[in-house]
Design a protein around this ligand. Sequence first.
Ligand code: PLP
Length: 389
Amino acid sequence: MAGSFPVTADPSAPEPQAEFVVDLDAITQNVRTLRGYAGDGALMAVVKADGYNHGAVAVSRAAIAGGARELGVTTVAEALELRKAGIDVPILCWLNTADADFAAAIRADVEIGVSSVKHVAAVAAAAKAVGAPATVAVKVDTGLNRNGASQQEYPLVLDALADLSSSLRLRGIFSHLALADSPQHPMNDTQRQRFVDAVAAAKANGLVPEVVHLANSAATVTRQDLHFDMVRPGIAIYGLSPIPELGTFGLVPAMTVSARVALVKAVAAGEGVSYGHEWIAPRDTTVALLPVGYADGIPRALGGRFDVLLGGARRPSIGRVCMDQLVVDLGPDGAGVQEGDRAVLFGTGANGEATAQEWADTLGTIHYEVVTGMRGRTVRRYVGGNGSQ
Ligand SMILES: *Cc1c(COP(=O)(O)O)cnc(C)c1O
């Protein structure tokens, strides 16, 4: 694997003003940890949405190094990006409109998730056009009522698969849980039973899948009875706890966001800081300006409600978060902070910095949204991954 990770930063380039570092060794380690929960079952690493914004190609390689056997994404385009990078493990894509480029998926040996008769017909037509059978997985709705074949549609999907078996190879049957983050909720048992029934119905129709799977991150770490042949964790491979109230499950967050101080200045008592002057200096003080804002994924709603780790301690955000910048209070003596110093916005928490979870709690959202939100001028940089950076 050495040398196989993309180098995203030119070492001779100046240090970026803001960056989010992705620790690929943490990803590899998290996958190993999750395989411990999975026992004999296989693990599909979910790398949709550009690997939850951690970088799908690099994350995939790190996950495979940790023992992930398969990869899961939403669209054909996401799957093709991985194939283009030379990743050759099984890849399943499960969220496409019926006019998606299934021919390209078939040519690239990408497994296609189907949720309706229309999907089945479109994939079969693409297989005929390509002149090679398509590999498909049926997604059955067992109670999430989102993607997946409904209880009414499912038997029709099975009939269509049987009719078109010369063009389609059924490899998988899968479903997705609605309440896995409440492990004891009876809906998990209901979905399990419906899933078992759906797999039995396929077998009764002569459709025998190689692999059936149901468990997301939360079910991977709490409900062995929902594991079936393979677990399908996403958020946990990035080190974020799928059920924060129950602890970390031994996972280590992979993303650390930081920005360098662009300016340090004195602000006199009674002066307001940032648009709207929502914060008024209660005493003479010193502030630091960080060149990141809501265009970079720092939610405006966090203004005045978070701290950064800077100069060895947490420094509070003051006033509004702007499009390009935000301000933190260093206190009267400035705490020795210099222009160019690096402030950590969130990371593992190991050095006292905030975590994505802390931001999510403040915002009333989930850490999934925090990490997928980083963008704009924050530059992604990889560390780890066999030292190939
Ligand atoms: C996103 C997704 C997952 C992963 O969910 P996490 O909560 O991140 O573990 C698994 N399966 C399907 C179908 C998904 O859409």
